[in-house]
Ligand binder design. Structure first.
Ligand SMILES: Cc1ncc(COP(=O)(O)O)c(C=O)c1O
Length: 450
């Protein structure tokens, strides 16, 4: 039983709203979030939840950050909107670009701002194709990884392989020229090999794909450095150095999609730092302003920027360079640096990983633990010896029970395995992480009987 007010809100929701990534007409809605503070959210019934999902890995800095809220309110008073199309510019976006340039990899100092991650990815694809076309080369194909997520646009969805292709169902034809590479999930090796005896075949195989497609037709390889939607999966250490070399050898751009990993999520400002590799382009969103407002960016290397000199960019969105979003992002970046939040995420992430690798790993339903920083995942299995996954209905019911216990977690968008993702805001303290893990541990032990 819920209150009359909640029931009325639920009814209005069912009547008017279409939710993304849900069944149209689905009657089971909720919880309805009313307020939030720090790492907790409250619904209209007054139930509190730890947000161990950071609202889709977006609300990285937690809720109620006064500095970001103040920056938004101040900016609204001066300039609410001025676009960035053609020759016009605006003060907040220039100031934010100046600040961002201080923290990005030095070779990625040219920014195209967007309203989110999908637009950033679409931009990266179009820039890659435009570059090669300007050079008089017909390189247009984009390679992306099995089970990866890159967005919901016609191009970004074409690169998205999450859920073994469910993102394509019913939308064909999506943008053409997209090719799939195997993922780097060792617990479910696509080649049925064991690491390290495999010699990181998943990385080396990228060369085979480029050769098969024809290097003169491949424009870019887009990667999530730690696969988010697939369940917070980090690659073996050799993966990115090998892939970087292959892309360099065949003149294929390596696009780091850091929409989830950027701005400290993995215990480094940029995930690329874990392997000391360089992207040719990087896409960011979500943590750029902790999703207080819709914002994102495509970061472009000097080489690409120079190569595009003189090209007309027939590409732009009205909201590109929104001054209020820029003010929010400027305040968010200041906060990340001032409060040493990247270091906090690293420290708390390592602590959580240690706990997971202890008691959790011994549980009969836990098959794999991995990830980086505060982007961690646990594969849950019905049978540890055979790695038999749980069915979707059991997992969905379990996820709701976890919520009732006061913990909001997300599951991987994969068809062949069930993996719970643990990625609370990077402001999370060890004590808060402990409380979240206690709930999670109790919930996983209950899976034993299913
Ligand atoms: C790695 C990655 N790229 C791109 C996107 C798309 O971002 P948005 O939902 O802001 O369009 C997402 C969203 O989850 C993502 O995880």
């Amino acid at each position: 039983m819920v209150s009359k007010r909640t029931e009325e809100l639920l009814e209005l929701d069912r009547k008017y709203l279409i939710h993304g990534f849900s069944v149209v007409g689905e009657k089971e809605v909720g919880p309805i979030i009313e307020r939030a503070d720090g790492v907790r959210c409250w619904d209209t019934e007054g139930n509190a939840y730890f947000d161990a999902a950071s609202q889709q890995t977006s609300n990285t800095l937690g809720h109620g950050q006064k500095d970001i809220i103040d920056a938004i309110c101040e900016q609204v008073k001066t300039l609410q909107f001025a676009h960035l199309l053609g020759r016009q510019s605006n003060v907040p976006i220039i100031e934010y670009a100046r600040d961002l340039a201080q923290v990005v990899p030095p070779e990625l100092g040219h920014f195209y701002f967007t309203s989110g991650g999908s637009e950033a990815v679409e931009t990266a694809f179009k820039i890659a194709r435009l570059y090669w076309s300007k050079q008089g080369k017909g390189k247009y194909k984009i390679i992306s990884i099995q089970d990866s997520y890159h967005g919901a646009g016609m191009g970004s969805a074409a690169a998205t392989r999450a859920g073994s292709g469910v993102f394509w169902t019913g939308y064909a034809p999506l943008a053409s020229g997209f090719v799939q590479a195997p993922y780097f999930y060792c617990n479910r090796c696509p080649f049925h090999l064991e690491y390290p005896a495999c010699n990181t075949l998943c990385a080396r195989y990228v060369e085979e794909i480029i050769k098969k497609e024809g290097a003169d037709s491949v424009a870019a390889y887009i990667v999530e450095p730690v696969m988010g939607a697939a369940g917070n999966i980090a690659p073996p250490p050799e993966y990115f150095p090998i892939v970087r070399q292959i892309c360099t050898d065949y003149d294929v751009f390596l696009i780091g999609d850091e929409v989830q990993t950027g701005f400290g999520r993995t215990g480094r400002m940029w995930a690329q730092e874990h392997w000391n590799v360089k992207w040719d382009m990087m896409t960011v969103a979500k943590a750029i302003d902790a999703c207080y407002l819709p914002f994102g960016a495509t970061l472009i290397s000097d080489r690409i920027y120079e190569g595009l000199q003189g090209s007309m960019l027939w590409h732009g969105w009205t909201q590109h360079g929104n001054p209020i979003c820029a003010a929010a992002a400027k305040a968010a970046l200041k906060l990340i640096i001032r409060d040493k939040l990247v270091q906090n995420g690293d420290m708390v992430g390592n602590y959580v990983l240690e706990r997971l690798n202890g008691k959790f790993k011994a549980l009969p339903n836990v098959s794999d633990i991995g990830g980086k920083g505060l982007m961690l995942g646990l594969e849950l299995v019905r049978d540890k010896a055979t790695k038999t996954p749980f069915d979707a209905a059991t997992m969905s019911k379990w996820q709701r029970e976890v919520l009732q216990k006061g913990l909001y977690v997300r599951m991987a968008l994969a068809k062949d395995y069930t993996r719970v993702r643990f990625n609370p805001p990077i402001i999370t303290t060890r004590e808060e992480a402990d409380e979240m893990l206690d709930i999670l541990y109790a919930a996983i032990t209950e899976l034993k009987s299913r």
